[in-house]
Design a protein around this ligand. Structure first.
Ligand SMILES: [Zn+2]
Length: 298
């Protein structure tokens, strides 16, 4: 499943192409993806102008000029391909490569200018079809079931040490499980939780509530963790963005970017923390692989 930095990189790749464009045609090739499409999905979009492309957690929010938001989620394997007369490319950087098989092209947005001149096709491809698209009125977005219970976004200033102590106070669940709980923090996945915990020197297995108990020692830990989350997400977005430009300059198509992780997928390697000397371990935790260093994460 794409993680938040990957979705944000997709957003940044798509935004220059779709913002301000008019939707000239929508070729919807299936009745459903993960969920059925909205009734009259295509006809409600045709003729609309896209006024902005935002993101909430891992949802892309495409604002239209009639006050509707086209909400899109990439699921496990979704991607967008931008086709113009000059080139074709897939914006975004994924840890695992994306499909370009035309059999999995499910929706084609034909975009143009206000005079009706075609500028590009934006193609949604999704082999496993866990992604989805739905239409929600902008003024009802916060109350919509997809968004009503989402926690704070890990990229913004809302995530800091004090808020982590408040969110985790009294929780006996593991620190890793609490960080993956979308009702607390929305958009963090397995990879960046493992990376942030390693950078902060905190064990994934300790109770989340311990970050709120000891005002001095664990207060510092919560501040450290908030800073680590901001840093690993920001670095991944920056890496995706620079890689995006490199690939485009090279051949117009975009492959996947091999992130340089510290612990994720690195079991058996030496811990990269200066002076640690420990070994990265992998252990199953709530059905997911946890990668960590038992020496420097306490
Ligand atoms: Zn270590």
């Amino acid at each position: 499943m794409p993680e938040l930095p990957e979705v944000e990189t997709v957003r940044r790749g798509l935004a220059p192409v779709i913002e301000g464009a008019r939707i000239l045609n929508v070729d919807q090739r299936r009745g459903d993806l993960r969920f059925p499409f909205h009734e009259r999905f295509a006809s409600r979009l045709v003729g609309r102008t896209i006024t902005g492309l935002g993101r909430r957690a891992k949802y892309l929010l495409t604002d239209l000029d009639d006050g509707t938001v086209l909400v899109m989620h990439l699921g496990m394997s979704g991607s967008f391909r931008i086709e113009t007369a000059a080139e074709s490319g897939t914006p975004g950087e994924f840890y695992r490569d994306r499909s370009k098989d035309p059999r999995h092209d499910h929706v084609v947005f034909q975009l143009g200018d206000s005079a009706g001149t075609v500028r590009s096709n934006v193609v949604y491809n999704d082999p496993r079809r866990f992604g989805f698209m739905t239409l929600v009125p902008r003024d009802a977005l916060d109350r919509h079931p997809l968004f009503a219970h989402l926690g704070i976004d890990p990229t913004g200033n809302a995530l800091n040490g004090p808020i982590l102590r408040t969110l985790f106070a009294g929780k006996v669940t593991s620190l890793k499980a609490a960080l993956l709980d979308q009702r607390l923090i929305a958009g963090l996945g397995n990879i960046y939780v493992c990376e942030a915990l390693h950078r902060a020197g905190l064990s994934p297995f300790r109770a989340a509530g311990t970050l709120a108990e000891n005002a001095w020692q664990d207060g510092m830990a919560a501040d450290r963790l908030a800073a680590a989350i901001h840093a690993v997400v920001a670095e991944a977005i920056a890496a995706g963005g620079s890689s995006l430009r490199d690939h485009r300059q090279a051949d117009g198509t975009l492959g996947y970017f091999q992130h340089s992780f510290s612990v994720y997928d690195r079991a058996g390697r030496v811990c990269p923390s200066p002076g640690c000397g420990g070994t990265i371990e992998r252990r199953m935790q709530n059905g997911r692989s946890t990668f960590y260093c038992g020496t420097c994460q306490i």
